[in-house]
Design a protein around this ligand. Sequence first.
Ligand SMILES: CC(C)(COP(=O)(O)OP(=O)(O)OC[C@H]1O[C@@H](n2cnc3c(N)ncnc32)[C@H](O)[C@@H]1OP(=O)(O)O)[C@@H](O)C(=O)NCCC(=O)NCCS
Length: 284
Amino acid sequence: MEAPGRIWFGYVAAVGIAVIGLFTLDLLAFVLALVLLVATVLGERYRGRQAALAAAAQDVDLPELVACWARGWAYSRGFPRPAEVPGGVRVEVGQPERRVEWVATDDAATLGGLVDTVRATPEAWLSVVTESPAGVRPWFAEGGLTAGDAEEALMSIGLADHEPRPLPDGYRAEVERDGGVVAVTVRPDDDAEVVAAGGRIAVIGTDAVADRIQTDPDHRRRGLGGAVMSLLVVAAREAGATRGLLVASEMGEALYAGLGWRVEARLVTARSAPPRTSAESGHD
Ligand SMILES: CC(C)(COP(=O)(O)OP(=O)(O)OC[C@H]1O[C@@H](n2cnc3c(N)ncnc32)[C@H](O)[C@@H]1OP(=O)(O)O)[C@@H](O)C(=O)NCCC(=O)NCCS
């Protein structure tokens, strides 16, 4: 409540100085009043913008987004349901070099403990969802974890706002449902053996988590990625989902941003030991 008082003081002071200028016919007083008025208006606009940004930031509940995304991702991949842990979730990935993965927020109260746990666990990964990757990387380095270079993006959308994209000519799409997971496969009309593009979406309640979106390099930049996303979103909406979530690679982020998806935070990942082989990386 302190700031509005200061703003009103600016208007009152500007009017007061202008009145003094009127009585004394002092040009300097008018100039001063004008400068004060402009500064007050600009200050008020700046403060309004800051308040709107703060309100938008408060609307994002990162722990909730992390838990819902991880649940959908695990469902899409056939992993067990993630277990809630302080700061995030633990996912049993079950791959040789990625046996278990913690996905957590950058809450300082829990991050140090998670770093210690991951360092002490063979074949373990830690993915931290954060608005400041540069602030998280020192935790990895000081905690003895091997950090990956990539930064993925946790993105969301109200599915009603998703931009539609038609399937380009010369391709056909198959839509298959397996429980709550919908898979789309796109093939060229003239070759039923070739998969040109595809992807999946896992629907849990009102959330839909998109996963494994990819287009074969020979078929990229023809609109197939957008068409796959459109088909998945239509299917997810039919299944009752209203919100979309995904973790995007750098390439994927450009595609999804054009379809209306919003970046909520970044994802930086580290593992407990250097990889012995080039194990699968990322979450897409
Ligand atoms: C990301 C990917 C699925 C896009 O597939 P696609 O079939 O080429 O996508 P579209 O043709 O529908 O592209 C739509 C728009 O997305 C943007 N876009 C797509 N790929 C882009 C890229 N590599 N760089 C910049 N913008 C890109 C563009 O705005 C593009 O429109 P334009 O071609 O008219 O400029 C594909 O590049 C891919 O499989 N990449 C490797 C796997 C991957 O990272 N998947 C995403 C996982 S989250």
